[in-house]
Design a protein around this ligand. Structure first.
Ligand code: IPM
Ligand code: MG
Length: 351
């Protein structure tokens, strides 16, 4: 699939700052390899509410539908978090975008860089051989079930259809075939009916992949295993809410939420974004870690078959890390700015 059009959604907080570095990297690659892709920008999140009243306006949806790939910064603003009565919220834009583009699979690789291990709160032996990927269902479950708000009670329905489980399960097993051939389904099947449906569907589908080992963990135990014995995981499959929680937790292994990229895929669209949020306290200070966004650009290029280009980005990021050229979230002896780290990655790409 060729990559012609890329739509950028910078969003809120540190979103525009990390996206700017991601775009510099993309432009460096474009010039180096003489590619022709077109990049255009659209609104999402609190920024979109401020400008249009809508967290994901029609024009943004159209721009995403036209694009081969979408690159998102982050969304969220404390002025909405602290106001439970707000009618319009930035997150609604993100969820509507995922749903309307049919982005049902959120893929979050957890990779540990050897040169960051000494900065980690974990013992080196815990981090040894950690390399897994979370497959999080993204357009169903409790995020999208019917919501009821009454005066003295509220409810959020968690609903899953078989087909919603089947399609992401196939992606997870296909990925496992190219990795260490192990899938772990994380659920709460001892309590939840939806989890029991997940178990039976996943068990059925696993028969199509006889080379892949399947095991199950309850979410509470999985949360513990992620920090006690993270090297046991290869492909982790979970529903929307469990995947959300587990992926933030897993990012601690990598040293910072600012290190992890992600891809969200559906029938047509593909979206790439750092897993971190909008980190409003850091907005405008040039201290955010741009590497998760830069690595999201890398994932995008690799998915579209630009392997050499993607390798260039990985190598540039690797040498940045080796040189200890890091933002303050990773607690290096000397903290670099977001723009400095981005510029170093670009200069490494240019050789
Ligand atoms: C994520 C985020 C979102 C989610 C929020 C911002 C709605 O935490 O992408 O993980 O919960 O899906
Ligand atoms: Mg999250």
């Amino acid at each position: 699939m060729p990559l012609n059009k890329i739509t950028i959604l910078p969003g809120d907080g540190i979103g525009p700052e990390v996206i700017a570095q991601g775009l510099n990297v993309l432009e460096a690659i474009r010039l180096k390899y003489n590619h022709q892709w077109q990049v255009s920008e659209a609104l999402i999140g609190a920024t979109a509410i401020d400008q249009t009243g809508d967290p994901f306006p029609e024009a943004s949806l159209a721009a995403c539908q036209e694009a081969d790939a979408i690159l998102l910064g982050a969304i969220g603003d404390p002025k909405y978090d602290n106001d439970p009565s707000a009618k319009v919220r930035p997150e609604q834009g993100l969820l509507r975008m995922r749903k309307s583009l049919g982005l049902f699979a959120n893929i979050r690789p957890v990779k540990i860089y050897a040169d960051l291990i000494h900065l980690s709160v974990f013992k080196p032996e815990v981090l040894r051989d950690v390399d897994f990927v979370i497959y999080r269902e993204l357009t169903g479950g409790i995020y999208f079930g019917e919501k009821v708000k009454e005066e003295t009670w509220s409810s959020d329905l968690c609903l899953y259809h078989r087909y919603e489980i089947e399609r992401i399960t196939h992606l997870a097993f296909q990925q496992a075939m190219n990795r260490s051939k192990k899938v772990t389904l994380v659920d709460k099947a001892n309590v939840l009916e939806t989890s029991r449906l997940w178990r039976s569907v996943v068990q059925e589908i696993s028969k199509d992949y006889p080379d892949v080992a399947l095991d199950f963990l309850f979410i509470d135990n999985a949360a513990m295993q992620v920090i006690l014995n993270p090297s046991r995981f290869d492909v982790v499959l979970c529903d929307n809410l469990f995947g959300d929680i587990l992926s933030d937790e897993a990012s601690v292994l990598a040293g910072s939420l600012g290190m992890l990229p992600s891809a969200s895929k559906g029938e047509k669209s593909a979206l790439y974004e750092p897993i971190h949020g909008s980190y409003p306290q850091a907005a405008g200070k040039d201290i955010a870690n741009p590497l998760a966004t830069i690595l999201s650009v890398e994932m995008m290029l690799r998915d579209f078959g630009y392997i050499q280009e993607a390798d260039d980005i990985i190598n540039a990021v690797d040498s940045c890390i080796q040189e200890g050229y890091l933002t303050e979230d990773l607690k290096p002896a000397i903290a670099r700015k977001c723009t400095e780290v981005g510029a170093l990655v670009v200069s490494k790409i240019n050789g």
